[in-house]
Write a protein that binds this ligand. Structure first.
Ligand SMILES: O=C(O)c1cc(=O)[nH]c(=O)n1[C@@H]1O[C@H](COP(=O)(O)O)[C@@H](O)[C@H]1O
Length: 270
């Protein structure tokens, strides 16, 4: 999907919501567990309930890989079920020496058909570039993550006083463009969004951490939006596990609707 197509979806739906399909088998509603493929049944119901409210879906691979070949099959069926107009993100946090990265890219883009994959920057240019070489596909590079451990390395001062996450963001702009590179910036750092926009004015940001991790949608939108909106805000548990019973999909819809309504209001005031 191109940047223009993604932006058009955002404006049309008045939503920059990404629903995280982190289908933890231990948290699925009990009545699904005797189905042949509980994970797919769960995702299918969540997609049906939220597809008009969001522009992207992000399955985190851990929840599928943990189930072995059955999990990969649930993921494949889920991807097939997601309507074409949605942006799909493989949250796999990959990155390795060049020939290995090339095959990771082949797996997620070529074989599975995702639009984007999350990539770790630690191994540098030759670990990231193979993903960027896929026409029409996206790298979403970890920059400033939402978790507590983001304090361990990402704020470390470099020679010129800039924090490591800033170095990552600036360096990666030599590798990719706003048409094939996004950054992960956690919603739990709302005070950083203004500065992040100075470092990368045009790139889309994938922003996890709203919902279960307590991120502030209003603050990150006020400081993080650009002329094309430039944000994909993810919520996983806060939407998909909003309910636990037979009405889980309705509860998920209500949670997604609440976020979309806030987003629409914020977009009016940009
Ligand atoms: O790359 C990610 O998506 C990601 C980066 C980050 O800094 N923090 C973060 O929480 N994530 C992912 O975003 C999702 C957040 O889930 P919830 O906290 O349940 O909304 C999980 O799939 C995480 O792996």
């Amino acid at each position: 999907m191109t940047r223009a197509e993604l932006s058009a979806q955002i404006l049309q739906k008045q939503s920059y919501l990404c629903v995280g399909l982190d289908a933890d088998i231990d948290r699925l509603p009990r009545h699904l567990l005797d189905k042949e493929d509980p994970v797919f049944e769960f995702n299918k119901a969540i997609i049906d309930a939220t597809k008009d409210l969001c522009v992207a879906y992000k399955p985190n691979l851990a929840f599928y890989e943990a189930l072995g070949s059955k999990g990969w099959e649930s993921l494949r069926k889920t991807l097939e079920y997601i309507p074409d107009e949605h942006f799909t993100i493989a949250d796999a946090k990959r990155g390795d020496i060049g020939n290995t990265s090339r095959l990771y890219a082949q797996a997620f883009f070529g074989e599975m058909g995702f639009d984007a994959v999350t990539v770790a920057p630690y191994m540098g240019v030759d670990s990231v570039k193979p993903f960027l070489e896929f026409e029409g596909k996206w790298v979403i590079l970890l920059a400033l993550t939402s978790n507590k451990g983001s304090q361990d390395f990402q704020f470390d001062q470099q020679e010129n006083g800039q924090p490591l996450y800033e170095k990552v963001m600036r360096k990666a702009q030599e590798w990719g463009t706003p048409g094939n590179l996004m950054y992960v910036v956690g919603a739990t750092h709302p005070e950083k969004f203004k500065e992040i926009r100075e470092i990368a004015p045009d790139h889309f940001l994938l922003v996890p951490g709203v919902g279960a991790q307590g991120g502030d949608l209003e603050a990150l939108t006020r400081h993080g939006a650009n002329a094309d909106v430039g944000l994909l805000v993810n919520s996983s548990r806060g939407i998909i596990f909003a309910g636990e019973g037979e009405d889980f999909a309705e509860k998920a819809r209500s949670a997604a609707q609440a976020l979309q309504t806030s987003m629409a209001a914020l977009l009016q005031n940009l």
